[in-house]
Ligand binder design. Structure first.
Ligand code: SAM
Length: 298
């Protein structure tokens, strides 16, 4: 049976919960673990509203902390699964959420823990793991994620080719998902106050991406964006040189016929990267091509 507790009615109630809980735990929030807790009830209410949690939803929360967001999710969802790394938070959460029979708490590093099946992910992420968690989420199928990121990190989701923020993340997230920048959150909404602004982002998986060799394309994008300011020619020719040392021969003349050779990596749109990927695979031959993009073969 789902519990009946209401969500936060005011920021002063939420702030009291955060300060009392930290006092009870007798801990100083850890910066390395991104332990900045929301004390602004409007922000939590906004996130819950945007997540539009239905009684059929199985919600994943990464980093439950002292349960300020968890409580609001648990009262609406069919099930809430929390992954929290800090053992001290686990016993607190277990106690704080004891009225809810629909909560499962997993102690572990969310980067290394296999995610259970979920329909929505609602989390105020520890910013240190934003990148691996976002790439990991993209491997799963889900309806909607409402996530809090450091503002500068979130800007990469919306960066256009040729701009400073355009990165491997920009390519992969826009290949697989649709992102909406929902709200900027001030440092004063957290305790302790971070020095940076945050952004709440909505991520919806695209269901029309049927890239058979998804992992190989990811490896290709990773290989290129390691040196995103270099030209495609310079990156490919460097690999060819390395392969020649291993007696793996790839004809340079073939590469010269491609249209993107003089382009710098960070100017390539997703469509152009897909086109280049297809051309290379077809013209070089699949086996050689996989050998080229496989990081273990370098
Ligand atoms: N949910 C709370 C809130 O909304 O205020 C706390 C969010 S706080 C920004 C991030 C939480 O993630 C902390 O409780 C921290 O202990 C936890 N955390 C940090 N690294 C983690 C990891 N690798 N895996 C799982 N949880 C982690």
């Amino acid at each position: 049976m789902v519990g009946v507790m209401d969500c936060w009615t005011s920021s002063s109630e939420l702030r009291k919960h955060v300060l009392n809980s930290l006092g009870e735990l007798n801990i100083t929030p850890s910066r390395q673990r991104g332990q900045n807790f929301l004390i602004d009830s409007n922000i939590i209410n906004y996130q819950i509203n945007q997540a539009s949690i239905q009684p059929k939803d199985i919600v994943l929360e990464i980093g439950g902390g002292i349960g300020n967001l968890s409580k609001c999710i648990a009262s609406k969802a069919k099930k809430l699964i929390i992954i929290e790394h800090d053992k001290r938070m686990i016993s607190f959460l277990t106690n704080f959420l004891q009225d809810f029979s629909n909560v499962e708490i997993i102690q572990g590093d969310a980067v290394k823990t296999e995610f259970p099946r979920f329909t929505k992910c609602v989390s105020n992420l520890p910013y240190q793991i934003s990148s691996p968690i976002t790439f990991k989420l993209l491997e799963y199928s889900f309806d909607l994620a409402i996530l809090m990121y450091q503002r500068e990190f979130a800007q990469r989701f919306f960066a256009k080719p040729g701009t400073k923020n355009y990165s491997r993340l920009s390519v992969m997230i826009n290949l697989k998902a649709i992102c909406r920048n929902l709200k900027t959150v001030k440092p004063t909404s957290f305790y302790p106050q971070p020095k940076i602004y945050s952004s709440i982002v909505a991520i919806t998986k695209k269901d029309d991406v049927h890239l058979e060799d998804n992992e190989d394309f990811s490896a290709f994008v990773r290989m290129l964006f390691t040196n995103k300011k270099k030209t495609i020619r310079s990156i490919l020719f460097n690999i060819i040189k390395r392969k020649e040392k291993q007696n793996i021969l790839i004809e340079r003349k073939v590469l010269e016929t491609f249209q993107f050779m003089d382009r710098r990596v960070f100017t390539m749109s997703i469509e152009e990267l897909l086109q280049l990927y297809g051309q290379l695979k077809e013209r070089i031959g699949e086996e050689l091509w996989l050998n080229m993009i496989s990081p273990n073969m370098k």
